[in-house]
Structures are given as C-alpha cells and as structure tokens.
Design a binder for this molecule. Structure first.
Ligand SMILES: CC(C)(COP(=O)(O)OP(=O)(O)OC[C@H]1O[C@@H](n2cnc3c(N)ncnc32)[C@H](O)[C@@H]1OP(=O)(O)O)[C@@H](O)C(=O)NCCC(=O)NCCS
Length: 189
C-alpha cells in the first residue's frame, strides 16, 4: 500500500514515501533515473556530481518511494530557489521575457522527479511531489520539463503547474524545456 506519514493507504501498492538520504543512495537513485529518463553511463557519472553538489545547497531535501523489501523505486529532490544557482540563471531571461521572473523568488524548485518504469502510473510520482512541496516554506513551486506532451507535463498540469516559459534551451541539453510554476499547496484531485 502507498502510505504517507500519519495517513492511511491511498493506492493498492506496497510502497512507502519517506525521507531519502540521497547522497548515500545516489547509485540506486541514478539507476531509477537512467531507466525512467533514459541516461547513458557517461551521463550518469555527470549527474552524480551535479546531484551531490545540489545536496549541499541550503534547504535541499529528497524523498524516496520504497518497496516493503527496501528497494528504491522513485525519488524527488528540490530546494528553495536561489537566483545565483545555474538553473535559475538559465531560465531567468526566458521568464523575464514573459514578465514572470518573480516566480524565481520565494519558490521551491523541483530539481528531479523520477519513478521506475515498472512502478509508474500508480500515484507514486504524484505522492512524491505533493509530499515534498507540502513541507516547503515557500508559497509556490517551479520546475522545468522537456517541452513536449509527456506524462510528466500531464502530471504537473493536474497539480496546478502552468507554463511560465516555453522552448527554454539549456546548454548541452538536446531538447527545449518548458518552465512551469504552481501555487502551494499543490492542487488535489
Ligand atoms: C513523470 C513521472 C515521474 C510520473 O510518475 P508516476 O508515478 O508515473 O505518476 P503518477 O502515477 O503519480 O501520476 C500519473 C499522472 O501522470 C499523468 N500521465 C500519466 N501518463 C500520461 C500520459 N500518457 N499523458 C499525459 N499524462 C499522463 C496523468 O496526469 C496522471 O494522473 P492521473 O493519475 O490523474 O491519470 C514518471 O512518469 C517518470 O518517471 N517519467 C520519466 C522521467 C521524467 O519524465 N521525469 C520528469 C522529469 S521533468
């Protein structure tokens, strides 16, 4: 069953959402991300360094989705946005062009969200992102997702995220991204 701290089960899967020591379980998390997002071994090595750097930022937090036998099948992490962070400096001109760069202040950034393909579409991703943002001190949340009609974009929209900028180009990323923002707490079904 999917359980949240202090709440009853909400889906029929034996998965628990809880705090994750992402630095300690980085290899398991990156294995999930590699399957979910399609990363090669070179990209995984690069991601490892980036994630470990992110975890040193003030307020960075991670949650994991774990099976009864302790297997990590999903994770999310994020942090309060800081306009000096690389991600924020890349998206800022696009948001400013739309008059929406105020979203970069007092906002909790979802940096990564991934669910193992064998466990998708069971509410795990929704539980991870709502649980981590529920405990954010900020009144809103921002993120970027590949600018295509993906399950991720569908999930984010259903949670109240709206497009703040489209066709955002990150150096070295092959595809353009959309930047999305939502008020907190995220919308419930
Ligand atoms: C995005 C992702 C984390 C969602 O996790 P998940 O556990 O499968 O999602 P949930 O089961 O909680 O929510 C499913 C929601 O996704 C959306 N969704 C699922 N499949 C969809 C599709 N084919 N088209 C549009 N929306 C879809 C729906 O909004 C659905 O909500 P519903 O339950 O009301 O139907 C997961 O699909 C994933 O890891 N994808 C690959 C990696 C990725 O893209 N990560 C995000 C990077 S920005």
């Amino acid at each position: 069953m999917l359980r949240f701290p202090g709440q009853g089960p909400v889906t029929p899967d034996d998965i628990v959402i809880g705090p994750l020591d992402l630095a300690a379980r980085i290899d398991e998390a990156l294995a999930v991300q590699a399957l979910a997002f399609g990363l090669g071994s070179d990209e995984i090595a690069v991601r490892r360094q980036i994630v470990l750097r992110h975890l040193a930022y003030p307020g960075a937090r991670a949650l994991g989705a774990t099976t009864a036998d302790g297997r990590l099948v999903g994770f999310v992490y994020g942090m309060p946005n800081d306009r000096t962070h690389w991600w924020s400096t890349v998206v800022e001109p696009y948001l400013r062009g739309q008059g929406s760069d105020g979203w970069l202040d007092d906002s909790f950034v979802i940096t990564e969200l991934h669910v193992h393909p064998g466990f998708q579409n069971q509410g795990v991703g929704r539980a991870l992102i709502t649980t981590i943002t529920d405990s954010a001190a900020q009144p809103r949340s921002i993120l970027s997702a590949i600018d295509t009609e993906s399950p991720a974009r569908g999930l984010y929209r259903s949670l109240g995220y709206e497009d703040l900028a489209r066709q955002v180009l990150f150096p070295s990323a092959p595809k353009p991204y959309a930047v999305m923002g939502a008020p907190l707490p995220l919308r419930r079904r």
